[in-house]
Design a protein around this ligand. Structure first.
Ligand code: HEM
Length: 454
């Protein structure tokens, strides 16, 4: 069978194509594109002459081809990754080729299960301060998105910076959202003004970047002056600084800073989004909430959670996976094709910007029964086994899959457990609007009533 060269897609506006749909409501645009045009869609954006084509791939098989089987043909050379690289540096998420191979070799040993389990203490410490705050929340109402964002940022900062956490958190809380917004605005814009122009957007973004670089560089330099950090310190920054390859290779101070920023970016809003939506879904669904609370109260009765508890919390794990199905934090990701290839019977040209969309594949009616319904039991082991590997891929896949997957699951499940053990939760806002920043997030209040159960 010969492959199709004409790829279906929305007609868009005659002057700018689907530009405004893609910049203002990308999630709805991609969901509608699959529904109306199928599993491979071409979306054109921008005025003639500056028009960019996006090739979106929605089937699990197509996603596997892009991220897994043909990963070498799909590079992180698109506008979004270029922008990310310029803003947060050439760390593990953004680097490629030799730099990437070297970094992965040095960093992978810090993410073994045993190492990551060692962070459960830091997670438990932050959960404790979260639940203490909730006991004094005015009217017992909190915004799940705000709370989880603050919590996940503090947790990742504690794991990265150890004893220096408070110093880092103040700057990161102020500057990181500004830099994130800057990356999103530029990464998704078809036309970008040069960074050197003194526009208000550039000034804000670059000031936030400067503040973040400065705090990271300062902490790194102080540690170097103390001979690489305290002997018994086991925070990630110390471990990254000490990491050595077989031939003595290591990360230099600027590479160390880039890793720190990338970990903060990749490990903060993503986990926050998953946790916030998991909590909010339970707050809306009493039957599932009851099961989740029963499990939490049985397993975690009267003590802080530890890494060993993860195995004993299968229902909460299923809740989290289902929340990540409906609301995958990395809702869209992209690559650039090096050579022409065929996906699902369509020719994807060399140089094409290719989008894979977990959000769309996770709600694909050919792969999920009643896809909009919240049902954690879709993740019972036998159900999982029966599905295509890429029907659910919130952590990506192939050689560039998320290195923080176990860390994030550990953090999210233990946190959800500790919170539900201590509080009943009920939704105040039932419908939540979504928006796409660097990650997926709530664009409207996501308040829940939290009632302490003694
Ligand atoms: C729910 C939480 C998380 C989600 C949904 C998530 C999702 C992802 C996805 C989809 C990718 C692949 C991106 C692509 O292919 O373009 C990725 C890569 C990555 N993630 Fe995560 N992530 C999460 C948590 C974390 C955490 C907690 C960390 C670190 C502590 C982390 C660090 C990274 C890094 C360093 C990469 C790049 C890996 C590589 O290219 O070798 N992530 N993540």
């Amino acid at each position: 069978m010969t492959a199709e060269t004409v790829i279906p897609g929305p007609a868009g506006n005659p002057l700018v194509g689907s530009l405004f749909d893609l910049t203002r409501r990308p999630l709805r645009t991609y969901l509608a594109a699959r529904r109306d045009h199928g599993d491979v869609v071409r979306i054109q954006a921008g005025p003639p002459g500056l028009r960019a084509d996006f090739y979106a791939v929605f089937s699990p098989e197509g996603a596997q081809q892009v991220l897994g089987g043909e990963a070498a043909n799909f590079r992180k050379d698109n506008a979004f990754y270029d922008e990310l690289r310029t803003s947060v540096g050439n760390g593990l998420l953004t680097s490629q080729d030799g730099d990437y191979q070297r970094q992965r070799r040095l960093i992978q040993p810090l993410f073994t299960r045993r190492r990551v389990d060692g962070y459960a203490g830091a997670i438990a410490q932050e959960v404790k301060s979260l639940t203490e705050r909730w006991r004094t929340a005015p009217d017992g109402v909190v915004d799940a998105a705000d709370e989880m964002s603050r919590f996940a940022l503090r947790t990742v900062a504690r794991i990265l910076f150890g004893a220096d956490v408070e110093e880092a958190v103040a700057v990161v809380q102020r500057s990181f959202p500004v830099l994130g917004e800057y990356v999103k605005d530029r990464g998704f814009a078809p036309v970008r003004v040069p960074r050197s122009w003194p526009t208000p957007g550039n000034r804000r973004g670059l000031e936030a970047q400067r503040a973040l670089y400065e705090i990271c560089d300062r902490i790194i330099a102080e540690r170097a002056a103390r001979g690489g950090g305290d002997e018994d310190a086991d925070d990630l920054l110390t471990l990254l600084g000490r990491a050595r390859g077989e031939d003595g290779e290591r990360l230099d101070p600027s590479e160390l800073r880039d890793q720190v920023l990338v970990f903060m970016l990749a490990g903060h809003e993503t986990t926050a989004t998953s946790l916030a939506f998991a909590l909010h879904l339970l707050a809306k669904h009493p039957e599932q909430r009851k099961l989740a609370r029963e499990e939490a109260r049985t397993v975690l009765a009267g003590r802080a959670p530890t890494a060993a508890d993860l195995e004993a919390l299968p229902y909460l794990t299923r809740v989290l996976k289902e929340a990540m199905r409906l609301y995958p934090a990395a809702a869209l990701t992209g690559r650039r094709a090096v050579a022409e290839t065929v996906i699902d019977g369509y020719v994807i040209p060399a140089g094409a910007q290719v989008v894979v969309a977990p959000l769309v594949t996770h709600r694909h009616p050919d792969h999920w029964v009643d896809p909009e319904r919240f049902d954690p039991d879709r993740f019972l082991p036998e159900e999982e086994k029966a599905r295509h590997r890429y029907a659910w891929f919130p952590f990506g896949g192939g050689p560039r899959a998320c290195i923080g997957q176990h860390f994030s699951m550990l953090e999210s499940v233990l946190t959800l457990g500790a919170v539900l053990r201590d509080f009943d939760v009920e939704a105040v806002d039932r419908r939540v609007a979504l928006s796409q920043g660097v990650t997926l997030r709530a664009a409207s209040p996501m308040r829940i009533r939290v009632t302490a159960s003694d």
